[in-house]
Design a binder for this molecule. Structure first.
Ligand code: IMP
Length: 423
C-alpha cells in the first residue's frame, strides 16, 4: 500500500507534528488533507521549537516533498508568515512544498464571520480558534468558496469582491460589535495572495496518483483529532472538516484501498481546548499538574488546555472509526510522579453502565467509571530504550493494548525528536 495515515485520536494536540517529523525519514511525501491554520503542529529538534499551521510537518527533511491537499483551507496571510519563519532554514520551498489547486482560501471576511458567529452565540460559543475555518468550509459545501486555482483566473478579484460583499452583509446580520478595517485586511490579503501565486500550485490528486504508480511512500498527516470530526466528534463543539481516516481519501483524492497503516496518536491522558463536553476533565491538583508539566497551552491561540484522565470509551470509538493499525502514546513523561493513574473504562448513563460512546456525553448525561492503576515515579525524559521503561508504565501500556486491541508501537517521553521510544 502506498499511503499511510497519521491521525489524532482525541481532541487534537496529541503531538502529531512531532511524530510526522520522526517518521518522515521513511516517506517520500507528506500530505496534509484537512483543516487549516487552526492547527498548530509543534516540532522540536536541535534546541529549536517550530510551530507549523498550514505547512506539513515534513518540511524540515531534505528528501521529503510536502503537499497541501485539496481538503485543506489556506489563509494566505498566515501561510506567508509561516514561509517567512522558514526563510532562515534555507529550504527549497518551490521544490519541496506543493499546493493543491482545489484547496479553498480563507478570506479576511471569513475570519470576521467566525468572530461574529462566536460573539452571537454568547455562552454557547464553540471556542473556535477564530481563524475563519467554519465559514470557509461553509462556503465550500455551499458551493460559493474560492479556491487556490481561482487565483490563476484573470478576474479572480471580481469573484473575491462578490464573496466579500456577501460576507459583510452577513456580518451585519449577526448584529454584534465587531471592529475591523477591511481595507487594511485586504491590503495584507492581496499581498499574501501574490506570494501564494508564486508557489508550486498543482493538481495534487494527479500528482499523488502518479506518485503511487511510481511506488513512492506517502504519509497523510491529519490535523485536530477524531473527537473534533464534523460527523463523529462532539458536535457542535467540533471543527468543520473530517479529521478521521475517511477525510484523507476526500482531502487528497486517495482511494480507500490505497490506505495501508493507520497510525493513531493519543496522549497518556486527555486534553481539550475550546468548549464542549469532556467527561474525564479534572478540576483538581492532578489536572493542574498535567497542565503545568505538560505545558498544556494551545500552539495556535495560547489558550490553556483543559486536562483530564484518559477516556478509553472515546479512544476505543476513535480507534474503530479510523481503523487504527498502530498506536502511539505521547507525553507519558507528564504523568511521572503520580501515585495513582486513572483510566475511564465506561460511563454511568441513564441508570446503566455503558462502554460505548452515547449520542450525548455532556456532564449531566454521563459520569465516568474509572479503573485505578499504579503510577510510575521514574523521570522518563532521558530514556531511549523500551527495556528502560518502568514496570508500572509497562502495566499501563499492557492494559491499554488489551482494551484497545491495537499495539502501542511508540512511546513519547518528551517534546524532542530524540525522546521517542519504539517498542
Ligand atoms: P475551529 O476549527 O477553529 O473552528 O475550532 C473548533 C473547535 O476545534 C474549537 O474547540 C477549537 O479549540 C478546536 N480546535 C481547532 N483546531 C484545533 C487544534 O489544532 N487542536 C486542538 N483543538 C483545535
Amino acid at each position: 500500500m502506498a499511503v499511510d495515515l497519521l491521525l489524532g485520536l482525541q481532541w487534537g494536540d496529541e503531538g502529531k507534528g512531532k511524530i510526522v517529523d520522526v517518521l518522515t525519514k521513511h516517506y517520500d511525501i507528506i500530505a496534509r488533507f484537512q483543516g487549516g491554520p487552526n492547527a498548530g503542529h509543534t516540532l522540536e529538534f536541535d534546541g529549536i521549537k517550530h510551530v507549523l499551521h498550514t505547512i506539513p510537518s515534513g518540511i524540515f527533511h531534505e528528501k521529503a516533498i510536502n503537499v497541501v491537499g485539496n481538503g485543506v483551507v489556506i489563509d494566505p496571510v498566515i501561510f506567508c508568515k509561516e514561509l517567512r519563519n522558514l526563510e532562515k532554514f534555507n529550504i527549497d520551498i518551490p521544490g519541496r512544498l506543493l499546493i493543491s489547486r482545489k484547496a479553498h482560501l480563507i478570506l479576511p471576511t471569513h475570519r470576521l464571520l467566525d468572530a461574529a458567529s462566536e460573539a452571537a452565540k454568547g455562552k454557547a460559543k464553540i471556542g473556535s480558534t477564530l481563524k475563519g475555518i467554519g465559514p470557509t468550509y461553509m462556503d465550500k459545501t455551499g458551493r460559493n468558496g474560492m479556491r487556490v486555482g481561482d487565483l490563476e483566473l484573470d478576474r479572480w478579484k471580481e469573484k473575491y469582491r462578490a464573496l466579500a460583499n456577501k460576507h459583510e452583509a452577513m456580518i451585519h446580520f449577526y448584529d454584534v460589535d465587531i471592529q475591523y478595517n477591511l481595507k487594511e485586511l485586504e491590503a495584507e490579503f492581496f499581498a499574501a495572495v501574490e506570494a501564494l501565486k508564486k508557489m508550486s500550485i498543482i493538481d495534487s490528486e494527479e500528482y499523488l496518483y502518479q506518485a503511487q504508480q511510481a511506488k513512492k511512500k506517502i504519509l497523510a498527516e491529519g490535523a485536530q483529532g477524531s473527537m473534533l470530526d464534523i460527523d463523529f466528534g462532539t458536535y457542535p463543539y467540533v471543527t468543520s472538516s473530517n479529521t478521521t481516516a475517511a477525510g484523507a481519501c476526500t482531502g487528497l483524492g486517495v482511494a480507500p484501498n490505497a490506505i495501508g497503516e493507520v497510525y493513531g496518536i493519543f496522549k497518556a491522558y486527555a486534553t481539550r481546548v475550546g468548549s464542549g463536553p469532556f467527561p474525564t476533565e479534572l478540576f483538581d491538583e492532578d489536572g493542574a499538574t498535567m497542565a503545568r508539566v505538560g505545558n498544556e497551552f494551545g500552539a495556535t491561540t495560547g489558550r490553556p488546555r483543559r486536562c483530564g484522565w484518559l477516556d478509553l470509551v472515546a479512544l476505543k470509538y476513535a480507534v474503530r472509526i479510523n481503523g487504527v493499525t498502530q498506536l502511539m502514546m505521547m507525553k507519558a513523561d507528564v504523568l511521572s510522579g503520580m501515585e495513582k493513574i486513572k483510566v475511564c473504562t465506561g460511563y454511568h448513563y441513564q441508570g446503566q453502565q455503558i462502554t460505548h460512546l452515547p449520542y450525548n456525553i455532556e456532564a449531566e448525561n454521563v459520569t465516568p467509571i474509572y479503573k485505578e492503576l499504579a503510577g510510575w515515579q521514574k523521570d522518563l525524559t532521558g530514556l531511549s530504550k523500551a527495556s528502560e521503561l518502568p514496570e508500572t508504565l509497562n502495566q499501563y501500556i499492557a492494559f491499554l493494548e488489551k482494551e484497545l486491541e491495537v499495539p502501542i508501537k511508540l512511546v513519547s517521553v518528551g517534546p524532542d525528536r530524540t525522546q521517542t521510544i519504539e517498542r
